[in-house]
Design a protein around this ligand. Sequence first.
Ligand code: SF4
Length: 367
Amino acid sequence: MDDDRLDLLGMTRGAAIAAARARLVRGAGLAPAIHRMAHREGRFEPERVGASDASAAAWRARFRVGSAVLVRTLEEPDPVRTTRTAKAVLGSADGLEYETVRIPIGEHRESQCVSSQIGCAMGCRFCETALLGKRRDLSPAEIVGQVVLARRELGWQARRIVFQGMGEPLDALDAVATAIAVLGDSHGLGFAQDDFTLCTAGHVDGLRRLAGLALPRVNLSLSLNVADDERRAAIMPIARRWSLAELQAALVALRPRRNWQLGIHVCLMPGINDRRADAEAIAAFCLPLGRVMVHLIPYNPGSAALTRPPDEAELVRYVGWLREAGLPVRRRITKGRSVMAACGQLGNRALRRAGARGFPGQDLNLN
Ligand code: SF4
């Protein structure tokens, strides 16, 4: 049976009030309180904010709060930190799975990596998600729901949201932009625009559309990896659709504010992009882009490994070449590799097997 209830997690307070007025004969005045409870507590209990039995029943017939179930979580062992890298696998109402990851930043802060799609169509060869293909975009409510459910069920408290989970966020830009507006609603979780980072493989149409949206303070990172069209296309099929020149032009045109800094992700893959000439080509690509920060990420092998992870000496040498070429560089410490939660590892074999089986129910198995 089709579920035509509206999910409050996909709505700002204003949208929830308008929808309640349009769909309910009585009890629409409770919309602000019900919306607030939905977003801040992840609960849908109209009675707690004064709804009569009849009004609560009408709310439940027309609205819902979230549709995902927590299937399992995996936490990376860490003897030192109390806040650990963890991955949560969520089950959708149509029987698919998607993932979200908590990443500790220091001892007391954390960011949450969220998915924008189930699977991904971009086909990056170093990425586990690519093996799933694209099943579908997530809805705004499913994106917001990753944050709300993780807070409610797992106690995650991220204050930064990174769209670097499953999917290419600029390929699902309508849902992503709505989710950012909803998560930014001060009556809900109240994230600021600069609390968000979109990570793209170089979706040029999406970059052009992004330029027209009112998101000037949202951060952007480009997964560049190789700055040579032919060699980039060999590991990132998106490079066959848009050349580096087109990508560079779109980024130059996008620059939303004067002090804007673009993140450049380079996943270091021994034997693939680890030569001095590769570092110099990255620098040449970045030169016209203004302020950039290169994040050097050690390759994390998935189930179909392209190569091995780089060793410490290779990482240090490559950082040196990038710096000599004039680029600021930060090294990304690998977190979550042991639980397939590191960059490029989301979407494991179990997810590929999870077709339209459905889920037996909630499984709060904290490993
Ligand atoms: S790296 Fe990102 S864009 Fe590329 S296949 Fe994986 S999820 Fe998609």
